[in-house]
Design a protein around this ligand. Structure first.
Ligand code: DP6
Length: 382
């Protein structure tokens, strides 16, 4: 096949970890949420999906591989993304007939994560953000990221927030067709660049119920859930945005921890109950609480997604107190501490039992921070 017949674009896209959680859909086909959410985009130096989108008149079918393994590209969510992107390219080709007819060609999508898939980190956000961004670049779409977020949302809800760096909100919107259910930037990473995140990756145990399935069980059965969506989240969205804009870590931390707790309370209120956190997760919470009490202020905030891994947000100035104390408990020998300049230190008194649970239960760590949005690259995977 002549190389010049292949059109390519590649991108890196980041992971995001919500501090106001998306949980529940009001429309499962369009992937519309029951409540707004807000997240911090993490640095792509540590966590990212790299995707190359290519197309050629010689390709015979659409295909998708992740870390070298063929993936099902026929799922309705992936198909919705491809359909929307092709329609935008088709409109460009119609308005400018000299453009090559990329919208009619088969797509070859090749992705790789730079973090272990087995770590149980939500990779669908970075994955769908990279897929949508790479195809949009391949098609030279002038579409702004807000509009691309509407497309990525249909792949995976949380993916819409990974089209931006820094601090990102996803508004639930009110329109039945989902046209106003978009992500937007609250503040770039440079606004509050000293935000750090320590990911405590717990040893893999049994597979948890997926977010997609779990959230709809909550919607269907939890009497707490409507209260969360209607009364808890809206004021928290406003308060979280204010905390970020004023770089108020104390409020950010308190809201983040309360949000995680409320989300997991709704999971426990689901029938039958869903338990994402395990004993190690709860031990990590105890450590965070003890660090905050010992410091006399909020130096760290824990949050958990649909799994047992703990994400601890803190500011760079408190790195030795927070990450250093966790290093002392987790153990210096665990993977992820190398070259990060964190000194292990003794944790506050009284943490012997939970400290042992953290040591036994955390298999590796990832030290990272707030980062930027998708980056175009000339490094092509195929
Ligand atoms: C707990 O975005 O994975 O991480 O839209 O069904 O793909 P789908 O769900 P997904 O759910 C993420 C849930 C969460 C909270 C969050 O990221 O806001």
């Amino acid at each position: 096949m002549a190389d010049e017949e292949v059109y390519r674009a590649s991108t890196y896209a980041p992971v995001n970890i919500a501090v106001v959680k998306y949980w529940g859909k009001r429309d499962t086909t369009l992937n519309l949420p029951t409540n707004s959410s807000l997240s911090v985009t993490l640095s792509q130096d540590d966590l990212r999906t790299h995707t190359t989108a290519s197309c050629s008149p010689t390709f015979t079918a659409d295909s998708l591989t992740l870390n070298g393994n063929p993936q099902d590209i026929t799922t309705p969510r992936t198909q919705a993304c491809l359909r929307e992107l092709r329609a935008l390219r088709h409109a460009l080709e119609t308005s400018n007939p000299s453009l090559p007819k990329l919208s009619t060609m088969s797509l070859r999508l090749t992705s790789a994560n730079n973090f272990p898939t087995a770590a149980g980190l939500a990779s669908s956000a970075a994955g769908f953000a990279a897929l949508v961004r790479a195809i949009a670049d391949l098609y030279a779409l002038p579409t702004p990221p807000e509009d691309l977020s509407r497309i990525a949302r249909q792949g995976s809800g949380s993916a819409c927030r990974s089209l931006f760096g820094g601090y990102v909100a996803w508004n639930t919107g009110t329109s039945p067709d989902g046209s106003d259910s978009l992500a937007h930037l609250i503040a770039p990473a440079s606004h509050w660049p000293d935000m750090r995140a320590l990911l405590l990756i717990t040893n893999p145990s049994q597979k948890a119920i997926s977010s997609t399935a779990g959230m709809q069980q909550t919607v269907a059965t939890s009497p707490l859930f409507p209260h969360r969506a209607a009364e808890i989240v809206p004021p928290r969205m406003r308060a979280m945005e204010k905390a970020i804009l004023s770089r108020d870590f104390d409020s950010f931390a308190t809201l983040t921890m309360k949000e995680s707790n409320n989300f997991h309370a709704c999971c426990a209120d689901t029938h039958p109950p869903i338990f994402y956190m395990n004993d190690t997760s709860r031990a990590c919470i105890r450590v965070c609480e003890a660090l905050n009490v010992a410091a006399g202020r909020a130096v760290c905030a824990y949050t958990f997604d649909a799994g047992p891994n703990c994400v601890v947000y803190y500011l760079q100035a408190d790195e030795q107190v927070v990450a250093g104390s966790f290093k002392g408990l987790v153990g210096e020998g665990k993977e992820g501490w190398e070259g990060k300049g964190v000194e292990a230190r003794a944790a506050p008194q009284g943490l012997e039992t939970v400290g042992e649970m953290v040591r036994q239960g955390v298999g590796r760590v990832i030290l990272t921070g707030v980062g930027d949005g998708p980056r175009r690259t000339e490094q092509h995977l195929c």
